[in-house]
Design a protein. Structure first.
Length: 389
């Protein structure tokens, strides 16, 4: 079960129930006020029209655009019906509240043109209410003031989260572009690593050709293998670099060795916090390709940074790096007590950059709360077949 989605569903259900209660209270209040001031059955039309719009507002999640159109249509029909039928002015409070929900929901979620059209339709309803016969002292109908205020509140409530979401998307896109830039900067180191090997083997082949000509074929085969490895490594790193706007610049070396990983973990310790590091014991198992080594280093660094920033109460942190035949797995866990401040809405963009890098190299990333306490980040990165010796 996806816990965040389950919680979001429960929150939506609770908000709809609360909204239904508010609608019912407004309808009852309107019926009481109209019956008290107008008498007879004058309240029936207003409450019926208001109930229809409120019901449409409660069902808006299924099809927001059509729900908004239907609500606006009911309001547009109610205005002349009330005017020519000698009924209380429309749209009344119930319709105004229902339209506010519909317009706000549309402005928040629909595409720009559709959202703008719904907002314009709501403003047209407000303008049509000017034909109401009951006016305030300065000539503006009370019903227009009510619907105008509701429309303004709906547009503001819809625009605020929409703009916030747009800013978050822009920030996430910037993180992805920055990560691609980092990969582009590391490309030089990856190419240098492999091409240097090719040059060395070519020089060795020249010596072999002079002294042992019969071994030239084996040397050439080694050069071919090294060239294939270089092309594969460049393909993996360049696979993400499809944005023509990417530039170049200085960067940290791409070849982070296990010793540098130990230094990183050692610097993170202290302040009453214990950090444990587990690395593969065999030196051959830690002979990762440069792009894999730099990604392992980046995952550990970002995970430790998140712990320092979001879980300073953690006392034990475990960093585990394991190597199987075809993959490297990095797991960083902490024992921060639950509840943790790192809810999904406050994770920031570090995970976005890590996921972008891992997926570019064919890996995966999972991050979330542990069953007992704390947080866990688990990254799996495939090791190219030609690199496994």
């Amino acid at each position: 079960m996806n816990v965040p989605e389950w919680l979001a569903g429960r929150a939506r259900n609770a908000s709809d129930i609360g909204l239904a209660v508010v609608f019912a209270a407004v309808l009852a209040f309107c019926a009481y006020r109209i019956a008290d001031s107008w008498g007879g059955g004058y309240w029936q039309f207003s409450c019926a029209a208001g109930a229809v719009v409120c019901l449409i507002a409660l069902l808006r999640r299924r099809e927001r655009a059509w729900a908004a159109i239907a609500g606006l249509a009911v309001a547009a029909v109610a205005i002349p019906a009330a005017l020519f039928g000698g009924l209380p002015a429309e749209p009344g409070p119930a319709i105004a509240l229902g339209l506010s929900v519909l317009v706000g929901s549309a402005v928040r979620t629909l595409p720009v043109r559709s959202a703008g059209a719904v907002a314009a339709g709501g403003l047209a309803v407000v303008a049509a209410s000017l034909f109401s016969s009951r006016t305030l002292a300065f000539g503006v109908p009370a019903v227009t003031m009510l619907n105008g205020a509701g429309w303004l509140a709906a547009v503001a409530a819809g625009l605020a989260p929409r703009l916030l979401a747009a800013r978050r998307r822009a920030a996430a896109d910037k993180v992805r572009r920055d990560e691609r830039l980092a990969l582009a900067r590391e490309l030089h180191d990856v190419v240098a690593h492999h091409v240097t090997g090719i040059v060395l083997q070519a020089q060795a082949a020249q010596l072999v050709a002079r002294k042992r000509p019969e071994q030239v074929d084996a040397s050439l085969a080694g050069i071919e293998v090294a060239g294939s490895e270089a092309l594969a490594a460049m393909r993996r790193v360049v696979g993400l670099l499809r944005d023509e706007r990417l530039g170049a610049g200085g960067a940290d070396p791409a070849t982070h060795s296990p010793e540098r990983l130990e230094d990183l973990v050692e610097r993170f310790g202290g302040d009453g916090r214990t950090v444990r590091l587990r690395l593969p014991g065999d030196a051959e198992e830690t002979a990762w390709p440069p792009e894999v080594a730099s990604t392992v280093y980046r995952v550990v660094r970002e995970s430790l940074t998140n712990i320092a920033r979001h879980a300073p109460q953690a006392r034990t942190v475990t960093v585990g790096v394991t190597r199987e035949r075809d993959a490297v797995t990095v797991e960083v866990t902490d024992d921060a007590p639950r509840p943790s401040a790192r809810s999904p809405r406050h994770r920031g963009y570090g995970l976005v950059g890590m996921r972008e890098r891992l997926e570019a190299l064919g890996g995966t990333l999972r991050a979330g709360p542990r069953e007992d306490a704390g947080w866990a980040v688990r990254a799996t990165l495939p090791v190219p077949a030609r690199e496994r010796r």
